[in-house]
Design a protein around this ligand. Sequence first.
Ligand SMILES: Nc1ncnc2c1ncn2[C@@H]1O[C@H](COP(=O)(O)OP(=O)(O)OP(=O)(O)O)[C@@H](O)[C@H]1O
Ligand SMILES: [Mg+2]
Length: 314
Amino acid sequence: MRDSADSYDPAYGRVRRSRGRRQRKQYDDEATFARRDTHLPRLAAQEAGDATDGLPDGDRWSTWDQSTPTERGPVPHPVWLVTELAAVDTELGVLKTGKEADVCLVRRGVPGGRSCLLAAKRYRDAQHRLFHRDAGYLEGRRTRDTRVRRAAANRTAFGRQAIAGQWANAEFTALCQLYGAGLPVPYPVQITGTEVLLEFIGDPDGTGAPRLAETRPDAGELAGLWGQLVTALTELAGLGFAHGDLSPYNLLVHGGRLVMIDLPQVVDVIAHPNGRGFLDRDARNVATWFAARGLAVADPERLARLLAEEARLA
Ligand SMILES: Nc1ncnc2c1ncn2[C@@H]1O[C@H](COP(=O)(O)OP(=O)(O)OP(=O)(O)O)[C@@H](O)[C@H]1O
Ligand SMILES: [Mg+2]
């Protein structure tokens, strides 16, 4: 979902841009009072340092206003995104427990007002993960914080959390860049520690979009999905990246649209000594799925060559 319109915070947004300085100050003061008035329970809770105070079980105050601009997705924020201070995040259940993270459905909404659905991807620490990609992969992403580095190397509880946070950070950063470049990925809403909040790809009733592997497209749909995939992958390669773990399980299909997910391990194919190998593997993993369903043009070798050319590796 994408929208070129500015996100519009009625308390600030356009008033700030269109008025003179003094008037602006007056509006800002009024806005601040209006916000204080309507959000007293929240302010009291924040002062008490409690993110859930006064809320039913499973709810928390929206984490939006606690995040810095760099912990939020690219601007302009989509119009569907709820950024109001009074919003509450309600946990609606687990969408999927994956190998490295759990993905939960969250509704972020203003009580009695508008709301949006989000997917919260929560990375587990290394002890609770079924699959370990840390060793080689995190090599190039070392933190400069020596305390974190030591703790991570010694696998203390703090260090394990730090590694999970690095994964979350890697995925959030990749999504911001790819979304900004117009690739079909979920809008990255926010990162908070080991949690990445994403645009939910699915229906308004909370039914998640199926993964490509679970769909049974007819011939026309198959060709349409292949076309979208080739476009997305060539754009990705043009930026110098391979997905790094591409498969029909990391592609969602919603309303005929293909969306690429699960990107913490995105590979810089120019810098990585085996960049070409990652492009080949991604191409093979998806092209064979399309070919097995009867799409003659889906040729793994040809796709791999095309991607290598796009990345200027051929
Ligand atoms: N933005 C989203 N909208 C809807 N569903 C999502 C979203 N992100 C993830 N999911 C669901 O959660 C599942 C797991 O997500 P993801 O692949 O990113 O995590 P993972 O831990 O790597 O999982 P796995 O080990 O299954 O690959 C996806 O297959 C999909 O069903
Ligand atoms: Mg996955």
